[in-house]
Design a binder for this molecule. Sequence first.
Ligand code: FE2
Length: 247
Amino acid sequence: MTVLKLTQITDLHLGPTPDFTCRNIPTYQTLLSVLEAIKRDGRGEDRLLLTGDIASDAQPEAYQQLDQLLLAQKKQALWLPGNHDSMDLMQKNFVHFPFMPVFETKSWAIIMLDSSLSGQPEGSISKDQIHQLERYLVALTHKNILVAMHHSPVAVNSQWVDKHRIANHKLLHKLLVAHGKVRAVINGHIHQQHTADWGGIAVYATPSTCFQFKPEAADFALSDQLPAYRWIDLHDDGKINTGVKFL
Ligand SMILES: [Fe+2]
């Protein structure tokens, strides 16, 4: 049995230069530490899954830095944009890693959805994305599916964070459940570890590579948890093993 090995990193919040800090965290340095940890943990060969907010404010240089870094480390990467990104600038500057809306193996397909709305933190899946998703789900009837997106499709019991929940989550859920082999959704944005059963579909949220939000807070608050990544093993029979590692 083959296992598709992925490592998810999310919410990198890189800036125009490597010494940039976001909320007092040197985000390029914490990213380097996370990549080091991934290597040390024996997951250095995994395909990376980057679930948005790669830049802190859609700076082209942020994408160029990551492009060069991942190229130097000979990484393979799948990615999608978050609310702090620009899809257009990502595609122009992430030159060695062209956007792939679907990645397929013999038994799995990973669908990358754009849940970002220009200029606002809330999530939603656009009509175009919904139509594209419908086409993919028809074409990928026999495959196990992992859907990746930036925003959370579920509430996480944190009032201010839950305002950003994907607005049309009910429609999304209906489509995904109807396929029958959508095994999980994986997301970022909420800067914390969270697992949910979304009416039969597992939802895994992953902490950021820089700073984390305080779980279950009513208003914005940071936690003192360290940067993290998520490892994911996708088995041929549709089984998923996954876990989060903090630095
Ligand atoms: Fe975000």
